[in-house]
Design a protein. Structure first.
Length: 243
């Protein structure tokens, strides 16, 4: 296992056998699948597969770690997503957020990188709630299509948040100086107990801290962050046959 550089704190490439519940993180963190979260080799951007989440109760989790304490520093979260179905849009009431990654002990204390459907308008966002109040709530509207792979990213550089889809910044720069609080709970990908599950596929998921990898438009990587594993071919020695 390995990561692409020292800034990378999570690297989930979702490769393996079809239907497998083993999720290898290049950083060495151990992720556990819940319900039917699994590797799907029929959908992928790179290598052998992607993570499949059914939009009901599938997610993966790993215990709390200091790497998830985002604080006041720069960070970047990026991944490939293929949306099967968005969460229902609500005309009023609680935000309906489909979790890509987050930490949360309850509906009053959490941070989350998410998709949001607000009465038909789709947002890519990052939010934090502390003691029941939204202390960070930045987002960018965009118009995704179902069953299409996208590279999505949020970067924070010197308190400026930027959102990117396929390397193009969506919405304007958004400044928020509020530190991201240390939550102290499990980190989850695909779902959490307070929000809607993600319905679709995730590939090449990366969390980077201490760096804003992109602050302007860019070309999404054409290769996986770590090269695909190449199966080892065993060549048996020839046997001498005496006639």
């Amino acid at each position: 296992m390995s990561v692409d550089d020292s800034y990378t704190k999570v690297l989930l490439q979702f490769d393996g056998d079809n239907g497998s519940g083993d999720f290898t993180d290049g950083s060495g963190k151990v992720w556990t699948g819940v319900s039917d979260a699994h590797i799907d080799t029929s959908q992928k951007v790179f290598c052998t597969g992607s993570g499949c989440f059914d939009g009901v109760d599938d997610y993966i989790w790993t215990p709390n770690h200091s790497d998830f304490n985002l604080g006041s520093g720069d960070f970047t979260i990026d991944c490939r997503i293929r949306i099967a179905l968005l969460p229902p849009g609500l005309p009023s009431g609680p935000k309906q957020l489909a979790c890509l990654i987050g930490q949360g002990v309850n509906d009053s204390n959490f941070w989350i990188f998410h998709l949001q459907n607000s009465v038909g308008t789709i947002y890519l966002g990052f939010a934090q709630k502390e003691t029941g109040s939204w202390t960070v709530d930045v987002n960018a509207a965009w118009t995704p299509s179902y069953n299409t792979w996208y590279h999505v990213a949020v970067s924070k550089a010197s308190n400026v948040y930027r959102f990117f889809v396929d390397g193009t910044q969506v919405s304007t720069d958004q400044t928020d100086t509020t530190p991201i609080a240390s939550i102290g709970s499990n980190a989850v990908v695909g779902y959490d107990v307070t929000h809607s599950p993600f319905n679709g596929w995730i590939d090449e998921f990366r969390l980077s801290t201490g760096i804003a990898r992109w602050t302007a438009n860019f070309t999404p990587p054409a290769d996986p962050y770590i090269p695909c594993a190449v199966p080892t071919t065993v060549i048996l020695p020839r046997q001498m046959i005496v006639l």
